[in-house]
Design a protein around this ligand. Structure first.
Ligand code: PLP
Length: 430
């Protein structure tokens, strides 16, 4: 018997799995196996020919990852998902699945530094051009589009700028021109559901809030099932023309009997098969465990971060505080339109003393960890200009929202009094 619910708190505990069919185990078993015994020669050939769906080899699918995929698809209101080895693998594959040499995508400038590097450098070496546009102007996506444009790409709550992306506005442009919007929802799972605003695909890191405890790297691609790849067949030849690597299968046709899952099936049986960015079953188990408390943790992350933002706002050594709740005008409107239940767990601020003050502040912290991650249960702090975004040029840093004195906090679940006391200690040292 499966439990259905529209509530995130219930979905993360029950969607896609009730008990193990072999043992009745309630916790999801870690299927630490590479391979699966075929029932017969016909069974084996049916699985390889996709006439039947079933387990073949853990590089392509695994029963533990399957539960994570089903739960995250249910949480986001999608039809299917693919768990992969990192958030970076999710971003890469989400594009590689529909774009090839000579194609382009249009991306928001407001990106995590690693994604910026992937787009500006690695994708370029593969012949895929990324056209960066300012998300303040949704029509900029339309102006950058041509008949080789295969996707729009953006982060819901961009790390570190924290200006919420205009999902519905850009999805509407994509709807007009036949281009799917891929959203990285890493910092906003549990707060925003991009599919409800017209996005077609989610490509996120599970390493952050989904896992929630800073112990595992992984990523997820989720298919809304709503984009009509067949209607835009000329724009998406990889889904609408025979695939020589799979007996000439035309993915939109071959997968039709299984539902609107051509995009995600192709990613699984071609990209994961060939490039191998598989998630380990153990990490899938860690993410399933983390996911069970995501709604509860996000609530507290948001409460604590809002109190941190208020505390910093009034401090004489702080130049400005970057937190969606404190933004004005269109940025605040977008935050209110797209984030439900809080303004996120990330808070940035600029010290009046610039880079040197930032370093003194970070060195004086005792409770906050100084490290390159977000979304941990523990509070974290980093100076992006000298770390996560250091491989970007000064102009690129500015475009992604990284000024020299910017400090980013990922506010954790400790008692708020201890969090504020540690920040005070840091500020006293400046
Ligand atoms: N997307 C965002 C918004 C991130 O912050 C990160 C990592 O910090 C990634 C993607 C990449 O995720 P991973 O580290 O799991 O590869």
């Amino acid at each position: 018997m499966s439990v259905t619910s529209k509530h995130a708190e219930t979905i993360v505990l029950h969607a896609g799995y009730r008990k193990d069919s072999a043992t009745n185990a309630v916790a999801v078993p870690i299927y630490q196996t590479t391979s699966y015994q075929f029932d017969s020669a016909d069974h084996a050939s049916n699985l390889f020919a996709l006439k039947e769906l079933g387990n073949i080899y853990t590089r392509i699918m695994n029963p533990t990852s399957d539960v994570l995929e089903k739960r995250l698809a249910a949480l986001e209101g999608g039809v299917a998902a693919l768990a992969v080895s990192s958030g970076q693998a999710a971003s890469m594959m989400s594009i590689q699945n529909i774009a090839q040499i000579g194609d382009n995508i249009v991306s928001s400038t407001d990106l995590y530094g690693g994604t910026w590097n992937l787009f500006a450098n690695s994708l370029k070496t593969m012949g895929i051009e990324v056209r960066f546009v300012d998300p303040k102007d949704p029509e900029a996506f339309a102006r950058a589009t041509d008949d080789k444009t295969r996707a729009y790409y953006a982060e819901t709550l961009p790390n570190p700028k924290l200006e919420v992306f205009p999902i519905a506005e850009v999805a509407a442009v994509g709807n007009r021109l036949g281009v799917p919007l891929i959203m990285d929802n890493t910092a906003a799972h549990g707060l925003c559901k991009p599919f409800e605003h017209g996005a077609s695909i989610i490509a996120s890191s599970c390493t952050k809030y989904i896992g929630g405890h800073g112990n595992s790297i992984g990523g997820i691609i989720i298919d809304s099932g709503k984009f009509d790849w067949e209607k835009h067949a000329k724009r998406f030849p990889l889904l609408n023309t025979p695939d020589p690597s799979y007996h000439g299968a035309v993915w939109t046709q071959a997968v039709k009997p299984l539902g609107p899952i051509a995009y995600i099936i192709k990613a699984r049986v071609t990209l994961l098969r060939d490039c191998g960015q598989a998630l380990s079953p153990f990490n899938a188990f860690m993410f399933i465990t983390g996911l069970e408390t995501l709604p509860l943790r996000m609530e507290r992350h948001c409460q604590n971060a809002a109190k941190v933002a208020d505390f910093l706002k009034g401090h004489p050594k702080v130049e400005r505080v970057i937190y969606p709740k404190l933004m004005a005008g269109e940025a605040r409107r977008r935050a209110d339109a797209y984030l439900k239940g809080g303004y996120g767990g990330l808070c940035g601020f600029e010290l009046k003393g610039g880079v040197e003050a930032g370093k003194k502040f970070i060195n004086a912290l005792a409770l906050f960890y100084h490290l390159a991650n977000i979304g941990d249960a523990r509070s974290l702090a980093i100076h992006p200009a000298s770390t996560t975004h250091s491989q970007l040029s000064p102009e690129e840093q500015m475009a992604t929202g990284v000024t020299p004195g910017y400090v980013r906090l990922s506010v954790g679940l400790e008692h708020i009094d201890d969090i504020l006391a540690d920040l005070k200690k840091g500020l006293d040292a400046v």
